[in-house]
Ligand binder design. Structure first.
Ligand SMILES: [Zn+2]
Length: 343
């Protein structure tokens, strides 16, 4: 690769520390108590301080680690002067309120991600739980899993602190001036509805959030609040837009290590989902519920209560894609359950 700088993947920051990736761009890494186990935070030099990209989940551990990160010599004792949150998921937005309160900031987000976060944060009542349980019942999940969901209750507020009341709206194609440099906002869909990524042509860097990850394929799931959506179709369509970026782009993902193989990675993600769709269409020659089909796509996860929701959500996203392609159809099953049958 045409790059004289040291291998960025070789130097993973310990919790509470930072690593300098290039002038004016630092990386911190916060632990997560669930897979994939960590989230990357990027710090860009900006107006006498640092603009942070993402925050980690809200917990005492992550607040203590932020204190240590902010005290690192590489930051020069300078404060956060900006915050950009890529999307509404807790591992990215969790400490937004805490950081904004501390530094007097307003977070930059796309409007959809901001509104999703605000809506979910306040949506924790019995209606929401009833909707979740009905969603998993239609997916054919066993009664003990429905009981598990009910007992677990709403999750979002547990890992997300109270959010600020105002935000700064960013949108696809817009440019942000960060530390005197232009970064272009590129949004992706499918993992989250309007996730912000940042591209600097001058640096040859893409901050890819969760849209393009180096090892795992980003979770693409059907949300109970939008049961007829086609998130996998949205995801695959938005991947194509990133193929317009130069081949030697340095990709900074939210999970995993920086990498320079953007184009092969985009192809791998697309072919991975094409293979999964074929396998699923084949399996539906015997009509199956989403839960049954999930046993094929995610044999391990579909057995663990903590992972069934992801396995079923992602299987439903694939079934919806097949439905749009005219390859499967939904038919009534027993009780509330819906079956998917190959056409
Ligand atoms: Zn994430």
């Amino acid at each position: 690769m045409p790059d004289a700088s040291p291998d960025p993947a070789a130097d993973i920051p310990e919790p509470g520390e930072v690593r300098r990736l290039m002038p004016g761009l630092l990386r911190a890494r916060m632990p997560l108590p669930f897979p994939p186990g960590h989230v990357n935070i990027w710090l860009l030099e900006h107006e006498g301080g640092w603009l942070a990209v993402d925050t980690a989940i809200a917990s005492r551990t992550t607040r203590e680690l932020w204190d240590r990160v902010l005290a690192q010599p590489a930051l020069g004792g300078r404060p956060l002067t900006g915050l950009l949150v890529t999307h509404f998921h807790p591992d990215h937005i969790g400490l937004t309120g805490w950081l904004c309160g501390r530094f007097g900031l307003i977070p930059a987000m796309t409007r959809i991600e901001w509104l999703m976060a605000r809506a979910l944060w306040y949506d924790s009542g019995p209606d929401m739980m009833a909707q979740q349980i009905a969603h998993y019942a239609r997916a054919g999940c066993p009664a003990d899993y429905l009981a598990h969901v009910e007992a677990r209750g709403p999750l979002y507020q547990r890992a997300v602190g109270e959010l600020p009341r105002a935000f700064h709206c960013i949108r696809d194609g817009g440019t942000l001036t960060i530390g005197g440099e232009e970064w272009r906002v590129m949004t992706g869909s499918g993992h989250a509805p309007d996730m912000a990524c940042l591209h600097s042509a001058a640096r040859g860097v893409l901050i890819s959030a969760d849209q393009i990850l180096p090892r795992i394929s980003p979770y693409v799931g059907l949300h109970p609040g939008e049961p007829n959506a086609d998130p996998l179709g949205d995801f695959l369509a938005s991947l194509e837009r990133f193929a317009a970026l130069p081949e030697d782009t340095l990709v900074l993902p939210s999970h995993g290590e920086p990498f320079r193989t953007l184009h092969p990675r985009l192809e791998t993600l697309a072919s991975h989902h094409a293979m999964r769709l074929d396998a699923l269409a084949d399996a539906c020659r015997e009509p199956a519920t989403a839960f049954e089909a999930a046993q094929l796509l995610f044999p391990r996860a579909a057995q663990e209560p903590g992972q069934i929701g992801f396995a079923v959500g992602e299987t439903l996203a694939h079934l919806r894609r097949l439905e749009r392609q005219g390859r499967v159809e939904a038919i009534p099953g027993t009780g509330e359950a819906v079956l998917f049958r190959a056409r």
